[in-house]
Structures are given as C-alpha cells and as structure tokens.
Design a protein around this ligand. Sequence first.
Ligand code: MAN
Length: 386
Amino acid sequence: MQLQEGHQVYKTWLQEVEPKLAARRKRLTEIGTELERVQPSKTELEAAKKAAEEAEEAAKSEHKKAWEESRERQRAERVFTELDADSDGRIGLADLQIHPEFDVNSDGGVTLDELRQYTEGLEEADFAAFQEKIWPNIKTIFKSLNEKKPPAEDQSAASKDSDGAAAAAATGGSEDDATDKEMDEALGEAAPSPPPPPASSSTDADDELATMPDYPAEVQELIAKANEARDAFNKANDESSRLATEKSDLERLVERDYGPASAFFPMADSGECAEYADNEYTYKLCPFKESLQVQKASGSSTSLGRFKDWSGPEGDKYSQQEYTDGQGCWNGPNRSTKVRIVCGPKTELLSASEPSRCEYSMELATPAACHSEPTAEPADPEHDEL
Ligand code: MAN
C-alpha cells in the first residue's frame, strides 16, 4: 500500500520535473538580463561615487587645514603678545630670557646663546619673523608665565610667586587677566567678567576655534552629493550581489544530478526540510543542502554536514547521500551524515542516529525513490480478496 501510494506520487513528481526545471531556467535567463542591466550602471555609479568622494574629501580637508592654520596663528599671536612686554610689536632675546624652559643645559640660567638656538640667530623679531622662525621651535615647550601662577584664591602662595606677578605686571595685565589666560589655555569656556583687556583680545576668538567650525554651505553640499553617490552605488551593488547569489544558487540547483528521470528534482526545488526528534535533539535534513542537529534544551544548532554527493553502492547510487564538512568534532573528524533513501508516500525523516561519534546516519523516505512499479502486496487485504 505504502509503495503503491509512493509510486503514485512519484509519477506526479515526474510530471512536475520538466515544468519546474523550465521555470528555474527561465528565472536564470531573467537574472542574466538583470545583471547585464545592473553591472554597467554599477560601474558608472562607482566612478561617480569615487569622484564625489574625492571632491568631498578635498573640500573637507581644506576646511580643516584652514581652521588648523588660523588656530595655530592665534596661538602664535597670543604667545607673541605675552612675550612682547612693552607692546611695541617686537620681541627681543630679553623677552625670552625670563622663561626657564629655554634653559637648554639645565644649569639654572638662560643665556643669550641658548636663546639664539630657538630664534635661529635672530636678536629680535616682529610677529611675522616670530611666526616663521621662532614659533615652530618653541611652540611645544613654551610655558606661559601666567599659567605658572597658582590659583588666585591661594593668596599666600600667589604672593611668593614673583614670576607670575612680574609677568602679569609686565603684560600690563591684572591677576584676573592671568586667570583668564589659564582658562583660555585649557581651551575651556570663556571666563566671565571682567571684560578682557586688549592684551588678551584673542581669547574669545581662540575659544571659538577650539572646535572646528561647521562646514560652510558649499562643503556641506559636496558632502550631501557624496552621500547620494554612495547610496546610489550601494543600492546597485547590493542588487548585483543579490542577483549573483540567486544566480549561483539556481545554477547549482538546476545542474545537479537528480537521479533517473530527475525524480529528485521536485524535492530539491521545494527547499523543504524534514525533521526527526529523539530525546535530546531534533535532527533536520534539508535535502541537497544540509544536515543539522538542534539541541532541544538550548535551541543551539550544529551542522552535521553540507550536501556532497550521492553515495550509494554501485548500481544503486541513488539510495544514499553524503553530507560532509559539518562542524568540527572535538578531538575528532568534522561532523558528517550518511542518508539512506527509501521509498515512501511522502518525504519524511524516519530515523537519525550517531553510530560513531560525530558520524551520523539518517533514513529519509521520499516518493522520489518509488521508481519501481509495486507488485501486488500480499499484506494488503483488498488484494487478498482478489
Ligand atoms: C555534541 C553532539 C553529539 C556529539 C558530541 C561530540 O554533544 O553533537 O552528537 O557526539 O557533540 O563531542
């Protein structure tokens, strides 16, 4: 009865083989056409993206460079202003000599020769010369004398710090001025009142430059264009990889050996999987694809192999399939599965076991295996009566 039923289904499956194969081949042709359409536009979009990104990058880095340069100039201006004690627009070696950080040999005194190493031999410099020759040499070591002043509220310590007081006096600044500068140096928020004296007029501007200003409209426009170009390319790229994957999956599907009369094709084409549960695991076989073991308690899934080939004995090749290269077995082989194929009225997994560690065995019933015309079955009462 089972065999008879199976054979009936087998016959309907055989009828389905050609139309189903034809539908898949048609889809393959369509994919080819779609890929031909997507590929060139993808190439174009990639070039457009590259150009837009180059323009974007150039504009962004130009903006950043301009910001860094003006920030650097403001730092130099601020130091120059501090050094230019008499505010005559020129600084001399004497202005630098009160800075202990220029004591090259650490002997406790700053000599003119030591200073000339920093000034590149200049005896005095206006701002332009300072910025060009001296600033690059001192910018990482210069210490504002105002910075050395301890916090204003610590009056006893402040009175001992003659350097700080002298510097504050020399720049015509007040104690508050020095405090402003400290905060300024830390690039923190602008100090509240009192209003800054002319000597620290760069304070506010410098604070503004602590973070890079927003990109101007023309740069933002280039960023927006680059974003658009990226999106357009990504879309085409995703579309083309989706099609390429569909194509190779379909090619594999239609090219495989499905046995005599391709009877196994409808089963593969359906993509359906069969399951068998024991106490601990649910075994899942997706014919022509993969074999899995799902732990019931945790739901975690282990690959027991991917479809390799038919592996039945000679003359009966289509009675067994082999799935190999599953998840590695600790101290053992990669998991693999042998699937015995038997005739049955529907596709179902009849058993699953592990005869040897990490080597699994399954039995799959399917109408695709019911190729032989069943002879009368003695066990069938209807037939007995005849
Ligand atoms: C898991 C399961 C078993 C297998 C062992 C090997 O517990 O996959 O089937 O025998 O791992 O360590």
